[in-house]
Write a protein that binds this ligand. Structure first.
Ligand code: NAD
Length: 463
């Protein structure tokens, strides 16, 4: 799918929600249009030759600042794609109550074609271009990882910002998704996949939604197919299979797929990919994509537009969870939403920005979450146990005493905050779908909730 088609798809969902809300056309147009997109060409000397790179950073809406959104490294990136992704960030943050506006960035590059030293120089040069225009800045614009980027790139960006702003005490809040030893937060790398897991668990608490999807029983034993075993797909598949008893029967990747009816060991497959750079030669390898195979839950976690009008009618999964941004085109959505339940990207992959928000707050407060209260919490419970023992005259034989006493660490608090965010947003989305006649699917419901909040924010500002 081209960037333009992707942007059109996002705008069509927006228009449907604006109609449901009876939003004035002028306000809707103001919210929908990206504020500004910066395009930069810059040169880096590689192997004695100057290579020119093109990058973008779009600020979709700064009704709240900083604006937030990942930076992707991809050969297919273009301006329209960045604008579509930035718009999704605005709506996503509003939906899950993260106090940020929306932004997104991209560099047109195949990161695998460069060694890490050259990639570092390219990333730092791109960062300089964005930093000098405040398109990376702790109080104005805070990037994060996306496709093709991760902790390593975020560490380079943070370091570059700090070098250019050595007296900014909040320098490390200029980007999120950093490694722990570079002011990151525990649970950020896994956050988007973890959020997908929490979203699916919440779906299983909503009987009416399960009925729409024609899914019965519990999550345990359900079959799942995942597209893309990168950051998001890997964590989602790993947690669902290792913690919830889900059977991941298919994983499709850029160079083929693995299919195993008995369930795939995700960690082993990931290790194989990391060691060999490919899914080939792994047990169950087939050279096809598995989007249209039979399963209970389909999790596209790679690219946009992979479910489109050419394959929509052949999709057999009952529940589709959009872990990637925009994996279902608008036309495909029109076909699928009639008979399946789709948990939309706006909500399903919001775990990343949620934990990014926690990381930003941690960087501004300069203290690890849990550091002040952990031992206090433990002492309170210990005192309570002592009092009970004293009153009853009996020693409590608690087999898991350590777990009961244990105060909250940073990771516990991050997961708790993420779980709460995902659950609250799902409840709001589902409630609205079932209580408003004009809203027939979770996607329109999610967008209408987001839009209502953004419109109110604009109106409060006097627009
Ligand atoms: P990633 O680069 O870590 O992983 C993408 C994976 O998809 C890779 O393993 C790649 O090999 C695979 N892939 C590429 N082309 C494919 C194809 N044609 N078929 C099957 N697999 C293919 O990226 P990511 O960070 O996991 O992001 C994936 C999606 O999730 C993107 O849409 C991104 O915008 C979205 N997202 C990511 C985050 C985050 O925190 N990383 C947050 C929100 C949304």
């Amino acid at each position: 799918m081209s960037g333009k088609e992707f942007l059109k798809s996002v705008d069509q969902v927006f228009d449907n929600a604006a109609k449901v809300l009876n939003l004035s056309v002028s306000l809707a147009n103001q919210i929908k249009a990206p504020n500004a997109t910066y395009k930069v060409n810059f040169g880096v000397r590689i192997k004695n030759k100057i290579s020119t790179f093109t990058g973008f950073r779009c600020v979709h809406s700064d009704h709240l600042e900083p604006v937030k959104g990942g930076i992707r490294f991809s050969l297919h990136a273009d301006q329209a794609e960045v604008e579509a992704l930035a718009a999704l960030m605005t709506y996503k943050c509003a939906l899950v109550d993260i106090p940020f506006g929306g932004s997104k960035g991209a560099l047109i590059i195949n990161p695998n074609a460069y060694n890490k030293y050259d990639l570092e120089r390219i990333t730092r040069r791109f960062s300089q271009e964005l930093i000098k225009r405040d398109l990376i800045n702790p109080s104005q614009n805070v990037p994060a990882p996306d496709m093709g980027t991760g902790e390593r790139e975020m560490a380079w960006i943070a370091d570059e910002y700090r070098r250019l702003n050595p007296v900014d005490i909040n320098a490390f809040a200029c980007v999120t998704g950093k490694p722990i030893n570079k002011h990151g937060i525990r649970g950020r790398a896994e956050a988007t996949g973890r959020g997908v897991q929490y979203a699916i668990k919440e779906f299983f608490r909503h009987k009416k939604d399960m009925k729409i999807a024609k899914i019965e029983g519990s999550l345990e034993g359900k079959t799942v197919i995942v597209q893309g075993l990168g950051n998001v797909g890997y964590h989602a598949a790993k947690f669902l299979s290792e913690e919830d008893g889900v059977k991941v029967i298919g994983v499709s990747e850029r160079d083929g797929a693995i299919y195993d009816k008995k369930g795939i060991n995700i960690q082993k497959l990931k290790n194989h990919i990391l060691n060999t750079g490919s899914v080939k030669k792994y047990k169950g390898y087939i050279n096809t994509d598995l989007l249209t195979n039979q399963c209970d839950i389909l999790i596209p976690a790679a690219l946009e537009g992979v479910i489109n009008k050419s394959n929509a009618k052949k999709i057999k999964a009952k529940l589709i969870v959009e872990a990637a941004n925009g994996p279902i085109t608008y036309e495909a959505d029109q076909i699928l939403a009639k008979e399946k339940l789709i948990i939309p990207d706006l909500y399903a992959n919001a775990g990343g920005v949620t934990v990014s928000y926690f990381e930003w707050v941690k960087n501004l407060s300069h203290i690890r979450f849990g550091r002040l209260h952990k031992r206090g919490e433990e002492n309170k419970i210990l005192n309570l146990i002592s009092s009970v023992e004293e009153i009853t005259g009996r020693k409590l034989n608690l087999s898991n005493k350590e777990n009961i006493i244990k105060g909250s660490d940073e990771i516990d608090l991050v997961r708790s905050g993420l779980d709460d965010t995902m659950r609250s947003a799902y409840i709001a989305m589902s409630y609205r779908m079932h209580s408003k006649n004009k809203i027939k699917d979770l996607r329109t419901s999610a967008m209408s909730i987001a839009l209502e909040k953004i419109a109110l924010s604009y109106q409060t500002l006097g627009l």
